[in-house]
Design a protein around this ligand. Structure first.
Ligand code: GDP
Ligand code: ZN
Length: 319
């Protein structure tokens, strides 16, 4: 039996059961992985994510490699699996930043969707740029509302762009944000993420809803996460459309800690474990009353807390 060659690489494509690993020589090798994997005690529905650095073993005569080692992650983005309530799904690993593509209309922005995304990325303090797409469709009144949203997020340190992939508004500004970085692109399906990525880099040739409809392949656009090289040293990760986020793996304290502006204020709350609801001398509630905290963010925070507490009836695994 000839010895297997050991090769270092990065996961650039994932279907959940098959992976593609890009080696240092820019070769792409289809790979599999064996075994069960956990992340901080939670069962993972996908053991490796796009962006993971791995070591593979490969026999010369076998076109498929085996992933044998996953290197320690610098960071990751994970959410509760949409299919397995007790499982975590890794969206990407080892990223520098994320772009959340949303719309205000077509589709209508889901209340709390942005805040849920930011809750997911805040644990690793991943910078997020919020790109509000399809602004060519907005009425004057809606434009004002979008500006209001931008103010909320910019005031807590997130970059925002109100743009249009189709009318080429905000696209070059976004492009300069991507230079030299590994960027995760995420969003609900239909917001124009593929159109936007194609506008940024026509060479990507991602299928958009329009094109797939014409070719009769239905509305299914992105199905797998995939990493594309970007410029000299960067990369862009396109991820499947997100329907909704749940956070069963979070405690109420996790939620409180990951609303970044609440966390900053919380050192002035009377109780160290304040959840900023009915506790006396709560600095977050005070800031809310004085208009220094967004009422919209606070409302979404309460909703997420309630959900998390209702779900925490089942046991957390032993960590
Ligand atoms: P994805 O599911 O997020 O990848 O969305 P697609 O890129 O497939 O786009 C969904 C639909 O929105 C398509 O019909 C696009 O032509 C349309 N679309 C994308 N960007 C814009 C935009 O800036 N303005 C308008 N009006 N439509 C857009
Ligand atoms: Zn408080």
């Amino acid at each position: 039996m000839p010895e297997a060659e050991r090769i270092n690489g990065v996961i650039v494509r994932s279907t959940g059961s098959h992976y593609e690993v890009q080696t240092e020589d820019e070769e792409r090798i289809p790979c599999r992985i064996r075994g069960k994997f956990r992340l901080e005690g939670w069962k993972l529905t996908n053991p490796v994510a796009v962006g993971d650095k791995v070591v593979i073993e490969k026999q010369k005569q076998d076109p498929i490699g085996q992933i044998v080692t996953i290197e320690k992650r610098r960071n990751y983005v994970a959410r509760q699996s949409p299919r397995q309530k007790h499982g975590l799904h890794l969206m990407a690993a080892n990223i520098d930043q994320a772009v959340l593509v949303t719309t205000f209309v077509q589709p209508t922005l889901k209340p709390g969707f942005i805040d849920r995304f930011l809750l997911m990325t805040q644990g690793h303090e991943i910078p997020v740029l919020i790109f509000i797409n399809k602004c060519d469709l907005l009425t004057e009144d809606e434009e004002k509302q979008v500006r209001g949203l931008q103010n909320i997020y910019e005031s807590i340190g997130y970059q925002t762009i109100a743009g249009s992939a189709e009318s080429d508004v905000g696209v070059s500004e976004l492009k300069s944000y991507l230079d030299g970085k590994i960027t995760l692109f995420a969003g609900q399906s239909g917001v124009g993420k593929s159109t936007l990525l194609n506008a940024l880099e026509p060479g990507l040739g991602l299928r958009t809803a329009d094109i797939s409809q014409r070719s009769g392949k239905g509305l299914h656009t992105t199905t797998n996460a995939e990493m594309f090289p970007w410029g000299d040293s960067g990369a862009v990760i396109d991820s499947p459309g997100i329907k909704n986020f749940s956070f069963n793996h979070f405690t109420a304290q996790d939620v409180a800690h990951n609303f970044r502006e609440f966390f900053v204020l919380s050192k002035d709350c009377k109780f160290a474990d304040c959840t900023h609801r009915n506790e006396p001398k709560c600095a977050v509630k005070k800031a809310l009353e004085e208009g220094r905290v967004s009422a919209l963010r606070y409302q979404h925070y309460l909703q997420i807390l309630e959900e998390v507490e209702a779900q925490n009836a089942w046991d957390r695994p032993n960590l």
